[in-house]
Design a protein around this ligand. Structure first.
Ligand SMILES: *[C@@H]1O[C@H](CO)[C@@H](O)[C@H](O)[C@H]1NC(C)=O
Ligand SMILES: *[C@@H]1O[C@H](CO)[C@@H](O)[C@H](O)[C@H]1NC(C)=O
Ligand SMILES: *[C@@H]1O[C@H](CO)[C@@H](O)[C@H](O)[C@H]1NC(C)=O
Ligand SMILES: *[C@@H]1O[C@H](CO)[C@@H](O)[C@H](O)[C@H]1NC(C)=O
Ligand SMILES: *[C@@H]1O[C@H](CO)[C@@H](O)[C@H](O)[C@H]1NC(C)=O
Ligand SMILES: CC(=O)N[C@H]1CO[C@H](CO)[C@@H](O)[C@@H]1O
Length: 376
C-alpha cells in the first residue's frame, strides 16, 4: 500500500561523468540531455483479489520532468507505441539527445508514461491475459531497415536511421534490447489506458497528448472521457487506418473507426449490428491506399471536435500509405485535424521511429511550431 500511495520526489542533477560540482557544470559540456528535476507517480488501477492475496493492478507508471525554466502553458504527455516504453523519449539508442530534452529546453513540463501492463507498469499474472513481444526481424522490416525489404512503395526512401538498422549493428542492438513485452488484447489495453490516462489528466490539469503508433490510439479514448482537459492531440503515426489493418494485412479492426472500444458519436448509434456504417473512398495518388470512412451522413466525434489534432507522418514509413485515411476520417467526423507529412515540409528519409532517428531534433522543431500555432 505504501509503495503505491506515496509520491516520491527525486531531484536529479545530471552529474554525468561523476562530476561533483554541479554548480560549475554547464550541461552542454557533459551531456546533451536537458537538466530537469524528476518525480514519478503511479496512477490509476486498484486492488484485485487473487487466490494468494491482493494485487494492485492496471496502474500506470508516470514520470514528470520539470524544466529549469518553465515557459509553456501546457505540459506534454508522451505515450510510446507497441513493444516500447517511456525510454523512447529519453536519449536515443545512438546516444543523441531525445525528444524529452528537446521539449524541456523549450520550457515544457514533460510527462513520460509506461503504458499499463508494460515495462514499469505491472502486469497482473492472475488476470487470464497474455503478453506478447516483437521479434527483431519485425522491427528491422517495418521500422529500422525498411529500405532493405521494400514491402510498401515509400520504404526505399528510408535513410535516417543511424546505422544499418539490422541485427548485429551496435545501434540496432541498443534499440532492440530496449523493447519489452506487452498486453496482447487491444480492447483490454485501450480500456486500461483510458482509465489511467484520464486519471493522469485529472492530476496534471490541461495538457497536450503526444502519442506514437499503438500508443496513438490512446489520445482518442482518453480525450473522449476528459475532453476539457486535452488541449491538443499529436498523433505520431497513430495506429490506423479506420476499420481495418493495412499494408501487412487487411483484417477488420477498430470497429469504432479509430478504436476498438466505444467513442461518443452524435447522433448516437442505434444499430446494434455495427457501431458505424462505412463506405470506401478511392485513393488519388500512387503509394496511398483506398480509405474506409463513414457512410454519409457521418456521425460526429462530439468530444473531440474542439481539440486541435495533427497527425505527423514520416516520408518513408508504412504509415504514409494510410495515415491520410485517419485524417480524412477525423475531418469527416467534425474534428479539426491536419495531416503533416514530413516529406512535404522538406524533411526526408524518415521511418516509423522518426523521433529516434538522426534528424529527430529537426522534427521536434516542426512539432513545437505546430503546438505554438494551434494550441491556445
Ligand atoms: C481466470 O480464470 C479462472 C479459471 O477460469 C477463473 O477462476 C478466474 O476467476 C479468472 N480470473 C480473472 C481475474 O478473470
Ligand atoms: C445496421 O448495420 C448493418 C451492417 O452495416 C446494415 O446492414 C443494416 O442495414 C443497418 N441497419 C439499419 C437500420 O441501419
Ligand atoms: C480523392 O479525391 C476526391 C475528390 O477530390 C475526394 O473526395 C476523396 O476524398 C479523395 N480520396 C482520398 C482517399 O483522399
Ligand atoms: C491506388 O492504390 C492502388 C493500390 O495500392 C494502386 O494500384 C493505384 O495505382 C492507386 N491509384 C492511384 C491513382 O495512384
Ligand atoms: C550516429 O551514432 C554515432 C554513435 O554511434 C554518433 O556519434 C553520431 O553522432 C550519430 N550520427 C548522427 C547523425 O546523429
Ligand atoms: C571547457 C568547455 O568545453 N566549455 C564549454 C562548455 O559549454 C559551453 C556552452 O556550450 C561552451 O561555451 C564552453 O566553451
Amino acid at each position: 500500500m505504501f509503495a503505491v500511495s506515496i509520491t516520491l520526489f527525486v531531484i536529479v542533477v545530471f552529474t554525468v561523468l561523476g562530476q561533483a560540482f554541479p554548480l560549475k557544470i554547464n550541461a552542454q559540456n557533459f551531456t546533451r540531455e536537458a537538466f530537469a528535476s524528476r518525480e514519478y507517480i503511479y496512477i490509476g488501477g486498484g486492488y484485485v483479489q487473487t487466490d494468494s492475496g491482493h494485487l494492485y493492478s492496471d496502474q500506470m507508471y508516470v514520470e514528470k520532468l520539470l524544466p529549469p525554466k518553465l515557459c509553456q502553458p501546457y505540459p506534454l504527455i508522451f505515450i510510446h507505441g507497441q513493444g516500447q516504453s517511456g525510454t523512447n523519449w529519453l536519449n536515443k539508442p545512438d546516444g543523441g539527445s531525445g525528444w524529452a530534452s528537446y521539449f524541456l529546453n523549450q520550457g515544457y513540463i514533460v510527462y513520460i508514461v509506461d503504458q499499463t501492463e508494460r515495462a514499469r507498469s505491472p502486469w497482473n499474472p492472475t488476470g487470464n491475459t497474455t503478453l506478447t513481444t516483437y521479434t527483431a526481424e519485425y522491427i528491422e522490416m517495418r521500422m529500422t531497415a525498411s529500405q532493405d525489404f521494400n514491402i510498401w512503395p515509400q520504404a526505399i526512401l528510408h535513410t535516417q536511421w543511424n546505422g544499418t538498422g539490422r541485427m548485429g549493428d551496435r545501434l540496432f542492438d541498443a534499440f532492440y534490447s530496449s523493447n519489452v513485452q506487452f498486453q496482447s488484447n487491444t480492447v483490454i489495453q485501450q480500456q486500461n489506458m483510458q482509465a489511467a490516462g484520464s486519471a493522469l489528466l485529472h492530476k496534471t490539469g490541461p495538457a497536450i497528448l503526444a502519442a506514437h503508433s499503438q500508443g496513438g490510439l490512446m489520445p482518442w479514448v482518453i480525450a473522449d472521457s476528459v475532453p476539457d482537459l486535452v488541449k491538443g492531440i499529436i498523433g505520431l503515426e497513430p495506429s490506423g487506418p479506420p476499420f481495418r489493418d493495412a499494408v501487412f494485412s487487411s483484417t477488420p479492426a477498430r470497429a469504432w473507426g479509430l478504436t476498438d472500444i466505444p467513442l461518443a458519436y452524435y447522433p448516437t448509434n442505434t444499430n446494434s449490428t455495427t457501431p458505424l456504417q462505412t463506405q470506401s473512398v478511392p485513393n488519388n495518388s500512387t503509394g496511398l491506399d483506398n480509405c474506409i470512412v463513414q457512410a454519409d451522413p457521418a456521425r460526429e466525434l462530439v468530444n473531440l471536435k474542439e481539440i486541435p489534432v495533427v497527425v505527423m507522418t514520416s516520408e518513408s514509413g508504412y504509415h504514409d500509405v494510410y495515415d491520410g485515411c485517419t485524417v480524412s476520417f477525423l475531418q469527416q467526423a467534425g474534428v479539426h485535424a491536419e495531416w503533416l507529412r514530413l516529406g512535404e515540409v522538406g524533411i526526408h528519409g524518415n521511418g516509423h521511429l522518426f523521433f529516434l532517428e538522426k534528424n529527430s531534433d529537426e522534427i521536434a522543431g516542426v512539432l513545437d511550431e505546430w503546438i505554438r500555432k494551434h494550441v491556445t
